[in-house]
Write a new protein. Structure first.
Length: 201
C-alpha cells in the first residue's frame, strides 16, 4: 500500500500547472534556465525502515532511539546539483527567506525554484521577497496542490532515508550525524539520482 493524494487534487488546476511545469523543463533542456526543486526533510535516530532481503527466518533489526531531529532545507536539480541548509529546530518562514537569499547569490543564469504549497513556502515573508528575487533572476514556482510526486527532491530524501543510510549509521547520535553530513556533502559526487527524461512527459 502507499499514500494516495490524487483524489484531493483539483484536476483542472493540476492539468494547467503540469503543462506549465513541462514548459519550464523544456526551457531548461534548451539551456535557457536552471531549475532547482526545493523542500525540507527531517532526520533522526528513529529510522525509516527500508525494503531489503534477509536470510530465511532471520529478522534484521535497526536500533530506534530518541534524538533531536535534524531538519534540512535542500535545493536539488535534475543533474544532481545540490545545496542545503541544516538546523535542529523547526524550519520557519524567516529561515526559508534566509536560505533562498543565500542561494540567490550563487546563481549565474535565470533560475526557477520549484516548491510545494507548504505554509512556510507561501508565507507573507516569502511573498514579500519574490519581486526582489525576480530582479536577481530567481523565480519561485509552486507545484499543484497534493502533488509531491512532481517534486524531484522527494526522490533524493527517499534515497537518503531508505538506501544510503545504513543500519550501522543509527548506532548513536555522533555516528548518525557523521553519516548524514557525509551524504549531504557528497550528493552529486558519490550519491546521485538518475532522472529519466520522460519524467514530465
Amino acid at each position: 500500500m502507499r499514500k494516495w493524494l490524487k483524489p484531493k487534487q483539483d484536476s483542472i488546476e493540476y492539468a494547467r500547472l503540469f503543462e506549465e511545469l513541462k514548459a519550464l523543463i523544456l526551457q531548461e533542456d534548451e539551456g535557457k534556465i536552471k531549475i532547482f526543486f526545493a523542500d525540507e526533510s527531517g532526520f533522526s535516530l528513529v529510522p525509516s525502515v527500508p525494503y531489503g532481503w534477509s536470510e530465511k527466518n532471520k529478522t534484521i533489526c535497526i536500533l530506534s532511539q530518541r534524538s533531536k531531529r535534524l531538519n534540512v532545507f535542500g535545493l536539488y536539480s535534475r543533474n544532481n546539483d545540490f545545496m542545503c541548509y541544516q538546523t535542529e529546530g523547526s524550519i520557519t518562514a524567516e529561515q526559508v527567506v534566509t536560505y533562498i537569499d543565500d542561494f540567490s547569490k550563487t546563481i549565474k543564469t535565470p533560475t526557477v525554484i520549484i516548491m510545494d504549497n507548504a505554509t512556510v513556502h507561501k508565507s507573507k515573508k516569502v511573498q514579500e521577497k519574490i519581486k526582489e528575487w525576480e530582479e536577481l533572476g530567481l523565480t519561485i514556482w509552486y507545484l499543484p496542490a497534493y502533488s509531491p510526486h512532481l517534486n524531484l527532491i522527494e526522490t533524493l530524501w527517499r534515497k537518503i532515508k531508505h538506501e544510503w543510510l545504513k543500519p550501522h549509521d543509527f548506532a548513536d547520535k555522533e555516528t548518525f550525524r557523521n553519516a548524514i553530513e557525509d551524504i549531504l556533502e557528497n550528493v552529486g559526487k558519490v550519491y546521485k539520482v538518475s532522472f529519466k527524461k520522460e519524467t514530465f512527459i
